[in-house]
Design a protein around this ligand. Structure first.
Ligand code: ZN
Length: 304
């Protein structure tokens, strides 16, 4: 009997035991199956990633309580892109869903309770999204209802761009892949306007970034990987079917929970990694006309 069957049959007791015994279960767990149900995918995602949470949902509610005040206008990224208002503090709320779409759903629900909307970027190289174990790339269609559910609660769904990695690891052709991805979401009645670039230590080591795939941010170039030559900077965002890239929007202040610690941009206050109270102080120090981007990663949230 494999671990997934064991987990299904023995429920929370085994899950608790494993979480206590192991820091990272990824090596013990089976790969995701393209025919798996959402319930099975969620079980695996939670086993692999729930233990990583460092912030509680009470803390998230505290942040949202501040942002729900009259002095702020909180917007999804595409709306933020075209909105200017010198009488308010405009806040672009962005979530990069790396490995945990189910925490993203929980965060969207909390936002809805505060009457707030934001943008959730879904990572196409994530284990729950699909596989290239047997080429060509196969999307896990059971996840479609989760994306639709998220779209119903969020203000916007975007693509968490990891195209350079996918080109290297799966030998996918980025332009065709992304246009197919936009069509996939269109079939779910989910319009896509923009992407946010996924960070990766491996790409950094190679002096590459996912933004470089777009000619808007990079000269044309090539690199060798896996005995193959790969191209970047050949096609524009527009040719990739997008209107914007999250990091390139017009904002002057930036708050992020990257790495599970709050980062506060220099001009808002402490200018260093901080705690939630520092983030709230930084927001309170903002003035009408400021444009703030707030980035969270659902995997860091929901600590029990
Ligand atoms: Zn990411």
């Amino acid at each position: 009997m494999d671990l997934l069957h064991l987990c299904r049959n023995s429920g929370c007791l085994l899950l608790g035991l494993l979480l206590v015994c192991c820091d990272d279960l990824s090596d013990l767990l089976p790969a995701m199956d393209p025919d798996a149900s959402v319930r099975e995918i969620e079980l695996l995602v939670r086993l692999k990633s729930d233990w990583r949470a460092v912030f509680t949902y009470d803390e998230y509610s505290e942040l949202l309580r501040e942002l729900a005040r009259e002095r702020y206008t909180v917007l999804p990224m595409d709306s933020f892109r075209i909105t200017y208002d010198s009488s308010r503090i405009l806040v672009a709320m962005r979530h990069d869903i790396d490995c945990h779409p189910f925490k993203a759903l929980e965060m969207a629900e909390i936002e809805n309770a505060f009457g707030l909307r934001s943008t959730f970027y879904i990572l196409h190289s994530a284990e729950y999204y699909g596989t290239c174990a047997v080429a060509p790339f196969v999307r896990f269609l059971a996840m479609s209802c989760s994306y639709r559910q998220l779209a119903d609660m969020a203000g916007e769904i975007g693509i968490h761009n990891d195209l350079v990695t996918m080109m290297m690891q799966y030998d996918i052709e980025p332009l065709t892949f992304q246009l197919e991805e936009i069509n996939y979401y269109a079939a779910l009645d989910i319009p896509i306007y923009g992407s946010s670039a996924h960070g990766s230590a491996e790409l950094q080591d190679l002096n590459l970034s996912n933004r470089m795939i777009y000619s808007d941010f990079s000269e044309y170039g090539t690199f060798d990987y896996g005995k193959k030559i790969h191209e970047y900077g050949r096609y524009s965002l527009e040719e990739f079917g997008l209107v914007y890239e999250a990091y390139a929007l017009d904002y002057n202040r930036y708050l992020s929970d990257s790495g599970g610690r709050w980062f506060i941009s220099e001009d808002i206050g402490p200018g260093h990694h901080g705690q939630l109270k520092d983030v709230i102080l930084a927001l309170q120090s903002s003035e009408p006309g400021d444009r703030v981007q707030v980035l969270t990663h659902p995997v860091w949230w929901g600590k029990e």
